[in-house]
Ligand binder design. Sequence first.
Ligand SMILES: NC(=O)c1ccc[n+]([C@@H]2O[C@H](COP(=O)([O-])OP(=O)(O)OC[C@H]3O[C@@H](n4cnc5c(N)ncnc54)[C@H](OP(=O)(O)O)[C@@H]3O)[C@@H](O)[C@H]2O)c1
Length: 246
Amino acid sequence: MNIEGSVALVTGANRGLGKAFAEALIGAGAAKVYAGARDPAAITDPRLTPVSLDVTQSVSVAAAAERCGDATILINNAGILLGRPMLAAGSEQAMRQEMEVNVYGVLAMMRAFAPILARNGGGAIANMLSVVSWFTSPLNATYGASKRAALAVTDAARMELKAQGTQVIGIYAGFVDTDMAAGIDRPKTSPRQVAERTLEGIRAGVDHVLADERAEQVRHDTRFKPEAFAAGLQALWDGRAAGVGR
Ligand SMILES: NC(=O)c1ccc[n+]([C@@H]2O[C@H](COP(=O)([O-])OP(=O)(O)OC[C@H]3O[C@@H](n4cnc5c(N)ncnc54)[C@H](OP(=O)(O)O)[C@@H]3O)[C@@H](O)[C@H]2O)c1
């Protein structure tokens, strides 16, 4: 679909990738961009329309759907990472919190906006997933579980919404240069690149956007060298357990 003239809603648009998505949409000629944020006062760019939105609160999601009835694009970007190994202390609570935002938040937004997009001609939903939707990193295992579940939610919604003409995209990236990855000393992709590749994917009508080199590499390795990839993850965990570090 065309970005020009579209009306988009981005969740978690006050910082990081969400901010980059909102700016890229404006740059590409969107007629209106609703910037969803838990604190709408944090949206200071006058080109954006602030919308109060906590994706874990059903009242908030319903109010946003009421407010953004002209939306044609939904970008489910909001997410949290609590960084727990699967069996670590507090992992169950961390996974519940991550699931609330990264999975149930995405599901609630899609359910609320699917009828709106249908009414407005079909449109597109783009869900910010991750390379860890494809494999389980032992260090951020609970987050990975949520991103893997979010991939299943995305794939199911794509099938259910095809008949109404709504494109449903999964977006995959490695480390992106935002607050979320601030503590990670690895090469990072710019949020702008992820946003631009996503808009290209919306224009092209694709189902999946590999938004950086790491996503391309991981996609290849998990499909074609799964044993070597798994051995690398085991070595990562064993090295950490032995005090070698991340
Ligand atoms: N950074 C990476 O390396 C990376 C890689 C792959 C995928 N991702 C994914 O990309 C997305 C954006 O991440 P980011 O890197 O931009 O992270 P970030 O800098 O930590 O920003 C997260 C955003 O999500 C919002 N948010 C959190 N909980 C929310 C809730 N309950 N309701 C509404 N908004 C909420 C935050 O709002 P507040 O300011 O109110 O907290 C913030 O705007 C996430 O889905 C993340 O999992 C990130």
